[in-house]
Design a protein around this ligand. Structure first.
Ligand code: AMP
Length: 394
């Protein structure tokens, strides 16, 4: 049988990211983005091999964008498309793995939507459009939360009245599961260890960031919670704050819940601390020029990340290594160094030259000899979604 092609789709409220993945190739045949959907500026951008192109689609919705994408995909796949994998943010407690999309799984995803009111409805829009356009293809949902369904109860429960969990699903779910799973498997391969007998602390650091303790191929704890706001300092998200901050701001400043929500999700994190940018590249450059806000944002980011990794180590019996991934984890030698500087008690030590070499997609070991492993592993969520889709085809 020749290698199969899977189209991977990630729908946001006004965007569709896509990649055409061939099971035998690490690089994508086709990739791109439809953005500003539903507005006069809607546009489809794609890259086919070395060729880049775009098409204005004024006023197009998700379905219209996908129908314009269809002939481009068919051409790129030479007519051989075997399935579609959809990224879905929240699978609640219902989904502990990928699921074929049918009336029953769609119903469950809809029921889970209150837990992810911004994300799941957008994901569903894309799924419904794709199912209408490609009725004969197998379509699969791959959930950001599913990998973390193996957390033990003592790691996923909040210390709030139990009825909130039992009746309203208030618990820690965790996100970025596809990435944590992919890079922890790669880390085991790179180290000559069996996934089922290896133990990792993973830091996925991008615009959204989270840590994860992975033992024997299973997630045992993770820093995000009921929503992707909990845990680390992120691009514009605060991560952990005192839960009483809400009532404090309401009482002292008269802020509404919507204002507090927007502040914590969109105006905080690296952007809020630096007063400059949510983008780590910009902050590193500004720090070099002595910008105090950028310097502080980087210090807080690294300290809080180190604290989270140390906390995650409680979930492991043994440590085979620390893994950095995501745009920041894969590219920033500075962030990796400053974070590990706080983790001397775990015995971690960098090889500075190796650390400087692992940027722009270069994977590798960056620890000093005779010290615990520290690896840089580029993530590839689209490939993992394609592999999960293929596994359900088989
Ligand atoms: P992601 O969400 O995984 O695409 O990651 C986006 C983040 O990665 C942004 O904060 C970028 O500034 C950061 N990033 C990308 N390249 C670099 C780099 N060379 N150095 C530092 N940060 C980077």
């Amino acid at each position: 049988m020749s290698a199969r092609n899977i189209l991977v789709i990630n729908c946001g409220s006004s965007s569709i990211k896509f990649a055409l993945v061939n099971e035998a190739q690490e690089t994508f045949i086709l990739s791109g983005l439809a953005e500003r959907l539903g507005s006069p500026e809607a546009v489809l951008h794609w890259r086919l091999g070395e060729h880049k192109d775009s098409l204005a689609l004024p006023g197009a919705d998700h379905r219209q964008a996908l129908s314009h994408l269809l002939p481009i995909v068919q051409q790129a796949a030479a007519g051989a498309l075997h399935g579609i994998g959809h990224r879905v943010v929240h699978g609640g407690e219902h989904f502990s793995g990928a699921s074929r999309l049918d009336a029953s799984s769609l119903h469950s995803i809809r029921q889970i939507a209150p837990l992810a009111p911004l994300h799941n409805p957008a994901n569903l829009q894309g799924i419904e459009a794709a199912m209408k356009l490609f009725p004969d293809l197998v379509q699969v949902a791959v959930f950001d939360t599913a990998f973390h369904q193996t957390l033990p109860e003592h790691a996923f429960r909040y210390a709030v009245p139990q009825a909130l969990y039992a009746e309203h699903g208030v618990r820690r779910y965790g996100f970025h599961g596809t990435s944590h799973r992919y890079v922890s498997q790669k880390a085991a391969q790179m180290s000559g260890l069996a996934v089922e007998a290896s133990s990792w602390l993973v830091a996925h650091l991008g615009n959204g960031s989270s840590t994860c303790a992975v033992e024997n191929g299973l997630s045992r704890d993770t820093s995000m919670g009921l929503t992707p706001l909990e845990g680390l300092v992120m691009g514009t998200r605060s991560g952990d704050v005192d839960p009483n901050l809400h009532s404090h701001l309401a009482r002292t400043l008269g802020w509404s819940l919507e204002q507090i929500d927007a502040m914590l999700n969109h105006d905080s994190g690296l952007l809020g601390l630096s007063g400059l940018s949510n983008d780590m590249r910009t902050l590193e450059l500004a720090r070099e020029q002595g910008h105090p806000g950028a310097t502080l944002a980087i210090e807080v980011f690294c300290y809080r990340l180190a604290k989270s990794l140390a906390a995650m180590s409680c979930a492991l019996q043994r440590l085979d290594g620390v893994v950095f991934t995501g745009g920041i984890g894969e590219n920033s030698a500075l962030i990796r160094r400053k974070t590990l500087d706080h983790l001397g008690l775990l015995g971690l030590k960098l090889d500075e030259q190796a650390n400087a070499r692992c940027i722009r997609g270069i994977a590798g070991a960056i620890h000093a000899p005779d010290h615990p492993r520290v690896l840089v592993v580029p993530t590839n969520e689209e490939r993992q979604i394609a592999l999960d889709t293929l596994a359900l085809l088989d």
